[in-house]
Design a protein around this ligand. Structure first.
Ligand code: ATP
Ligand code: RIB
Length: 310
């Protein structure tokens, strides 16, 4: 039985290291260039798998060199890729990522074949979703497909996790079908128009999601950690103090780690989510100290070496 199903993107990341971010109208030289496996969906899948979860990916790549290479990498991590579509009409998704000397990044995604996942493709994979405990999606694949997948999940008691990244308007129907929503601070602002800066604003922003039927809201707060909110409670779980060199995939590692822990909980409630966030903060603290997306994601053994057995 697959216990985590990830519906999401697979991208080839084209990573440029720069002294500082380029300004509009300006040309600068980059210090290095690398091709690195990425995509929010794939990063979350790899993170969860390396931390011990059985993971199945529902995704779409181009029938091209990048696509074949990226799927091979996922297979190497023992992720079930039997439900990845190979497109003859669109190229594999790509992301142009610039990382500056402070470890900040900016990302432009070229979605390509990721956009080919549609509701009928999902309908054909009903059994894959039904046999999972948790279904996760982001916003680098079409939202109609996510709604279809979440409907199947909800009808069959599968927990739905929405990482609304990159942020875009969320249909009410999707919010009603979402058990856990997990934006970062920027996404929370874009989705609620509330700047998340303290407990009061976290509560206000979270209420906007809770009022629409979401059961739990997690807002990741970068070096400050992450907040978990339901209609009665709010808790901020602090991050670990480390020196970040590249935050690419910090959010993805957080989601992957969260679900790898949550999938082993008997029930998904405030306490089990809070406990899973403690673990996710450990994992992400390791990720931000390393460069790139998938190569920076740790295995469970490494997390235990750094932070000890829980
Ligand atoms: P990104 O888009 O860069 O992948 P994100 O903006 O989606 O990341 P963040 O909220 O920045 O997500 O970070 C996710 C998690 O990573 C945080 O909740 C925290 O656990 C960890 N983290 C991020 N930055 C740092 C940091 N500087 N020091 C320690 N932990 C960090
Ligand atoms: O979250 C990081 C990821 O966002 C990168 O790997 C890139 O592919 C984009 O999807």
């Amino acid at each position: 039985m697959q216990n985590v199903c990830i519906l999401g993107s697979i991208n080839m990341d084209l990573v440029l290291r720069v002294d500082r971010m380029v300004k509009s109208g300006e040309t600068i030289l980059s210090k290095s260039f690398q091709r690195i496996s990425g995509g929010k969906g794939a990063n979350q899948a790899v993170a969860a798998r390396r931390l011990g979860a059985n993971v199945c990916m529902v995704a779409s790549v181009g029938n091209d060199e990048n696509g074949l290479e990226l799927v091979k990498v996922l297979k190497k991590d023992n992720i079930d890729v039997s439900n990845v579509n190979y497109s003859d009409t669109n190229p594999t998704g790509m992301a142009i990522i610039t990382v500056d000397d402070l470890g900040n990044n900016s990302i432009i995604v070229v979605p390509g074949a990721n956009m080919e996942i549609n509701p009928s493709y999902i309908e054909n994979l009903k059994q894959v979703i039904v046999s999972s405990k948790i279904l996760v999606a982001q916003f680098e694949t079409p939202v109609e497909a996510t709604i279809q997948a979440f409907k199947i999940a909800r009808e069959n008691g599968v927990v739905t996790v929405l990482n609304p990244a990159p942020a875009k308007n969320i249909p009410e129907e999707l919010l009603e079908l979402t058990d856990i929503i997990a934006p970062n601070e920027t996404e929370a602002f874009e989705l609620t128009s509330i700047e998340v800066k303290d407990e009061e604003s976290i509560r206000k922003a979270s209420n906007k999601f809770l009022e629409k039927g979401v059961k739990f809201v997690i807002i990741t707060l970068g070096e400050k950690g992450a907040a978990i909110v339901d209609k009665d409670k709010l808790s901020i779980v602090p991050a670990y103090k480390v020196k970040a060199i590249d935050t690419t995939a910090a959010g993805d590692s957080f989601i992957g780690a969260l679900i790898s822990k949550l999938v082993n909980s008997d029930i998904v409630d405030f306490n089990s989510i809070e406990n899973s966030i403690k673990f996710a903060n450990k994992v992400s603290s390791i990720v931000v100290q390393r460069a790139g997306a998938q190569p920076s994601l740790p295995y469970l053994e490494e997390v235990k070496e750094v932070y000890g057995e829980e």
